[in-house]
Design a binder for this molecule. Sequence first.
Ligand code: NAD
Length: 316
Amino acid sequence: NQKVVLVTGCSSGIGLALAAHIAKDDKKRFMVYATMRNLSKGEGLVEAAGRTLGRTLEIKQLDVCDEKSIKACVESLPERRVDILISNAGMGLIGPIECQSIDEMKTVMDTNFFGLVRLLKEILPDMKRRKKGHIVVISSVMGIQGILFNDVYAASKFAVEGFCESLAVQALRFNLNISLIEPGPVITEFERKVFDEGMKTDLSNADKVTADMFTNVYLKNYKQIFETLGQTAEDIAEHTLRIITSENPPFRHQTNTLYTPMTTLKYADPSGDLPIDTFYKMVFEHDKVFSASLNFLKLLRWRSRKSFSVEKDKSN
Ligand code: NAD
């Protein structure tokens, strides 16, 4: 009774690492269908899979932007069975919106959001019928928090999160689990591709202040953020294996504890101003970061004292 795992976007990065890591499970608990849009890009996966290829790992074609390809892939599986779906395929986009075409933005939404919707339209009804299944989505911390010049990418991940949060209530009724994995920066092809595309952005449509902000503030710090905070694809694979083998998988899981203080700002202040002010100060007023962090710590202390006094009240 091996569990059938279907992973999308396995030709590189997190998907590749995930598929290989799960297929190499010591106890051989999983049969992994590692899918990719273009089978000619399978070299890296074949190498990473090693002896698991043809045993606990099989490579299949699947383009998340093409309903027919999703259907054909699912139809080719024994009894169409998918116990664990890992929706990983995705793409990034950075830059000022006045320099991006609507078509470029639609491709991001089509891949990151509608890609997941298409997968679930094909796979969710079977899972409901079996009253068994786990849907795991590689979201991002940008699924809960917007970041400068990642407007459309963040929107696509917010869409994913809203979609899953709504479905999670229904899923519970069918005994199904949904988990959103929320990595911070991960050092993969993604980072390089997004940066290279960003460097090529035609900034002629942007005003001077915006163009300068993108080139001299955002792009300049981009590499450093990945270097200081970045995790590896293998780190994300390990976290995901823990989630799929856990007895009660959480709905949300952040992989990077260094990043958690940033996302906590959002929950700490319902007005939403605290994270926006803090990001602004981090980017434009480096010297004020210290006082912003201090304020944040004060707030956390205040909150923990408050919950402590609530606990005390309860016990009285
Ligand atoms: P990556 O570029 O190495 O991998 C993305 C994969 O998706 C590629 O193999 C690509 O070919 C595939 N893909 C794109 N369009 C597809 C389509 N239509 N059909 C099938 N496959 C398609 O980057 P990655 O970092 O491994 O990204 C994987 C996921 O992790 C994405 O959803 C991304 O948003 C998310 N993520 C990445 C980071 C990061 O910093 N790298 C951080 C948080 C979340």
